[in-house]
Write a new protein. Structure first.
Length: 671
């Protein structure tokens, strides 16, 4: 039977099955032939039949240890790991020095994800048979599994130590190196990740994997052009390896991702369609198409694609986390919670899913905000402004806010002084991601140098997204002129009717327009038009540049009381810088310069500057400093220069949303 043994040893299981099947026709009771036939059948992918063969042999030869070992191994082939664990345990009680029993038990524990115990037993196996190739490979995969578990539990140093031990046994092992690089990506040690990927270029296949990894590192470093260049090199290399389907797909996936990172949406769409043509019904292409939708605000398409992915595979990482983000984008936060929890069910402690849940929780957690501001202008007006508000979301759709505002202003020359105290209650209802309503009702008590009075204030705003990449807000606001003491004393109420429209595009251009018609209780009225055309030249940090135009008219001119020209025009160029919060610091800066034209007067230059610097003291406490300066006439009621500076404190006074029980029910459903 030497030929049959050779077939088994060299992995020719089909030939081995036929060989021993013929032997058994002539010698039906031959124990060795039955044993080898069972192994051939099991290794060919028919573990049920192998188990029946070994069970029969076990009954015939109850004391035969080798038959018991083969029976135990057949349980592993059939993925009956709990049963195998018990049976291997009995074998070790019978003979604790059996290499096959010890190694089999180690492999069983590894499949049960009991990696610590598995590592102990595989080391025992190597003490019995030093350097055994099968045991060395088993130890490699046990360490890989154990390192993954440690990484999942954020024990990164221990995980890296295990992987380094693997590299002693198997220098430059690809699986181990990729696992190290993945940990460095998670911990944001991008230089180390880059070094690992760069060291992989030992063969054509390895070099492609290396370029794919380096492209991802470049993206993490926000070097999108470099990422696209590297991904393009990998794509060109993999063209001749189309037979390596997994590598081909992962490389094209990275290339298309790089196109999306660089906002080359039309080219990305063409590549996705090409991939779908080559590999129809492939979930990678669906996922890329869904991602394309997320980048281009095609959220309906994204939801359809992610749903198709989950219909194909309920446990898909891309499907579950992707649809969670898509539901958040369309304003369905409860569904977003549900699928984020499902992601964690399949991928425990997954950082992106945990971050999404944390973000959702923060957006619905009650908070208190305190703002203090100091202003002055060249009309000798000074003011102190203080407000305290508390916002409480009662669900993902409905929230309320109560606010108290105090403002005291005085003129340092005339000594006129006035103050206002306002109490207001806000309500907000979000029907979905495209339609929401905000309302406010308040009472304002004013005390001025000749006049004390009480007025009601209010606001209602309908916020819509009528079409893709478009926002349209319609609103009404009733407020008091309270810039300085003289205006407060005159009890001028403003009724503002506003229309705001913003158009975004996928080519970095945007257009914002605001129109406000104001009727005042002093029988005056105002028309104000502001429009801005802007272009995003960088996404991280966000840098926008553009041009603004403002036009304003008043029906009556009362320049002694407040700035009220019959015609007023401003044209300016601006730049806006906004940080993407990284770590605890965040900032924003806006600068604009241009010309203003007041009625028939000659034009004069304008300049304005705003800056914000914030620091996240903890997950629940933020502080912000800000300042602004403007010499645009319409920016104040009394002069051409206006300065304000202040600080804002924000405290999430609860640790979680007040409807957390409902969220936890979603978690239980997901589990």
């Amino acid at each position: 039977m030497q030929q049959g043994f050779k077939y088994l040893e060299t992995g020719k299981y089909k030939e081995a099955e036929l060989f021993f099947e013929n032997v058994l026709k002539e010698y039906p009771d031959n124990k060795t032939a039955k044993l080898c036939y069972g192994r051939a059948v099991g290794l060919l992918g028919n573990p049920d039949k192998a188990i029946l063969i070994f069970t029969e042999l076990k009954k015939q030869y109850p004391e035969d240890f080798e038959i018991k070992l083969n029976y135990a191994e057949s349980l592993l082939w059939d993925k009956q790991y709990l049963k195998a664990e018990t049976f291997y345990g009995s074998l070790l009680e019978e003979d604790s020095t059996s290499f096959s029993a010890v190694l089999g038990y180690a492999n069983t524990l590894s499949n049960l994800k009991k990696y610590k115990e598995a590592l102990e037993y595989v080391n025992q196996a190597l003490q019995i048979d030093t350097g055994n190739a099968n045991a060395m490979i088993s130890r490699k995969y046990v360490r890989l599994g154990y390192a993954s578990e440690l990484s999942q539990n954020k024990e990164y140093e221990k995980a890296l130590q295990l992987l380094d031990k693997n590299l002693i046994d198997f220098p430059n092992d690809l699986d181990t190196m990729l696992n190290k690089a993945n940990i460095y990506l998670i911990t944001n040690d991008l230089v180390l990740a880059e070094n690992v990927y760069a060291s992989l270029s030992k063969s054509t296949v390895d070099s492609i994997i290396s370029l794919n990894g380096l492209a991802l590192v470049a993206h993490k470093k926000h070097k999108e052009k470099k990422a696209l260049k590297l991904a393009g090199l990998a794509k060109n290399k993999v063209e001749n390896l189309i037979e390596k389907k997994a590598l081909y797909l992962s490389t094209y996936e990275r290339y298309i991702q790089a196109l999306l990172w660089n906002r080359k949406f039309m080219l990305a769409s063409e590549e996705i369609k090409s991939l779908e043509t080559k590999y129809p019904d492939n979930t990678r292409a669906w996922s890329l198409d869904a991602t394309h939708g997320m980048y281009t605000s095609g959220f309906k398409k994204s939801l359809e694609k992610y749903t198709a992915i989950l219909e194909d595979d309920l446990g898909s990482f891309d499907g579950n986390l992707g649809i969670a983000n898509a539901y958040r984008a369309v304003g369905n936060d409860l569904k977003s919670y549900e699928y984020a929890f499902k992601t964690l069910q399949y991928f425990p402690k997954q950082p992106d899913a945990e971050t999404l849940i944390k973000t959702l929780n923060t957006s619905h957690t009650p908070f208190i905000e305190q703002k203090t501001a100091f202003t002055f202008d060249n009309g000798d007006n000074e003011a102190v402004h203080a407000s305290l508000s508390a916002e409480v979301p009662f669900s993902t759709k409905f929230k309320t806010k109560v606010a108290y505002t105090y403002r005291n202003t005085r003129n340092t020359v005339t000594k006129n002084e006035a103050s206002t105290n306002e109490f207001a209650l806000f309500f907000g209802y979000k029907y979905n991601g495209s339609l929401s309503l905000e309302t406010k009702g308040g009472i304002s008590k004013s005390n001025a140098f000749t006049n004390d009075y009480t007025q009601w204030t209010g606001e209602i705003k309908l916020k819509t997204k009528p079409f893709k990449l478009q926002n349209l807000d319609i609103g009404y606001q009733r407020e008091l002129q309270n810039f300085n003491a003289d205006l407060i004393d005159r009890e001028i109420v403003m009724n503002n009717y506003a229309l705001n429209y913003n158009l975004s595009t996928n080519i970095n251009l945007g257009w914002y327009t605001q129109y406000i018609y104001t009727s005042q209780t002093d029988d005056n009225s105002r028309n104000l038009l502001f429009t801005s055309l802007y272009y995003t030249i960088l996404n991280r940090p966000s840098i926008k540049v553009g041009a603004n135009y403002q036009y304003m008219t008043f029906e009556n001119q009362v320049p002694i009381i407040y700035f009220s020209p019959s015609r007023f025009n401003v044209v300016e160029a601006f730049a806006d810088l906004v940080s993407k919060q990284s770590g605890k610091w965040f900032y924003r800066a806006n600068a604009a310069a241009g010309y203003q034209f007041i009625e028939d007067d000659p034009g004069s230059t304008t300049f304005r500057l705003e800056g914000t610097l914030g620091y996240q003291i903890s997950d629940r406490f933020l502080s912000t400093l800000y300042g602004k300066y403007s010499n645009i006439a319409s920016a104040t009621a009394a002069g051409f220069e206006f300065t304000e500076f202040g600080f804002i404190l924000k405290w999430y006074f609860l640790k979680k949303p007040i409807f957390d029980k409902k969220i936890m029910k979603l978690k239980k459903v997901a589990e």
